[in-house]
Structure formats: structure tokens, C-alpha cells
Design a protein around this ligand. Sequence first.
Ligand SMILES: [Zn+2]
Length: 236
Amino acid sequence: MSQDSPVLDAVDGHYEETMDLNPYGEEETLDRTGMSCAHRAESQRPSRSEAEAAVRTLIRWAGDNPEREGLLETPARVARAYEDFFRGYTEDPAAILAKTFEEVEGYDEMVLLKNMRLESYCEHHMVPIIGMAHVAYLPDRRVVGISKLARLVDCFGKRLQTQETMTSQIAETLEKVLKPRGVAVLVDAKHQCMTTRGVHKTECGTITTRVTGEFKENILMRQEFMTLVTSSVIGV
Ligand SMILES: [Zn+2]
């Protein structure tokens, strides 16, 4: 992806806004998008055997013996699991939305995908973030296949993330690529770093939202989104 890509600009723009809150250096911040540095990451990627050796180190750090029978195949399994957990790095989010359709019947009301299961990974503790994503947009003549919205959620979910960053990335990619009249994203998730360690707040959920365009300007539109997300009209 070129440095002039609108999606890249959107993501970088988000980081500029939040730079004060970001404890990372600029270069590492760019890495966190997983977009601007895909080729660099690939060239620096450790080998499978290096990854498996790292898992053996962590097993020893946890206090167990990686040579005992039950753990012998574990490093290879963990490496394969990581390929699935973090497959989002291998996808280009803009390309997922590249194919759009003209809405010939003139549908210009909200398109909402609600209750999409979200699986992501906390970038601070590398443990799961599990929840739901709800994504809506207001078409401006062009629409996108609804399954593409689910793939977009997975593309950003299957990376090391913060919920705040992920919510913004989903909204801003949709905004920049599809150019709708507005985008609304709500993510409702539990972080295992909160529920299974540290403060052990097992029922604690985190909600993040990002709205653009008419959802931001029109309070009634935003309320309609929130009502549909929280109602049982669909998704039952
Ligand atoms: Zn965490």
C-alpha cells in the first residue's frame, strides 16, 4: 500500500489525534496499524523455529518443563494458533471493501450489521478481547456486500489491539473507502486482562463508539443507531 493511500492517511490521522495518550514512539505507533509496515514486518518476521523456541522459553518462565511429553508439541501448536489469532496482519482492509455496488433502487437509509462476534487480542497482555461489534453506514449511492463489513471487523480484530484503536480503524476505513454519508461503530467487549488477571472484574465490559458524518451531526440518526443496536428487532 502506498504512503498516499487514503486509508493509511485516516489511520495515521487517528494516531496524530491520540498521540498524547500513546505511550509508544512514533515508529512503533506506525507498526501498530499493521498497514504501513506490512512488507517491513514480513522481512523482519522470525522463522517458525525461532517462534517455537520463544514458546519453549515462556513455558520455562511459567515454571514447567517444555521437554515433558505433554508439552513437546505445544510450541508448534502455539505457532499455528498465532497464525490464526493474528491473520489480520496478512489482509489489506481497504481491499476488502474495494468492490462496491451502485444502489439502483435508491436505498439511502441506514445499513446496520449488528451482533458480529469480535475476537481480538489485547496489545498490552496478549490475551483475548471477546465481544460484539455493530457497524452501520448511510449509503451515498454505493453499497458494499454486508459480509465485507464482517471481514473488515475480523481484519482489524485479528491483530494486537486496543479496543479504542480498533473501533476507530473500522469506522475510518469504511469512511475513506466507501465514502458513505456517515459511519457508526459500537464495540462491546470483555478483556481477559481485566477478567482473568489483575483486578479480576469478571463482569466488566468496555463499550467504545466512533461516529462520522450524519451520525455525528444528527443526534436523531445517532439515537436511531443506538436504538437498533440495543433492541431485539433483528438478531434474535
Ligand atoms: Zn490488557
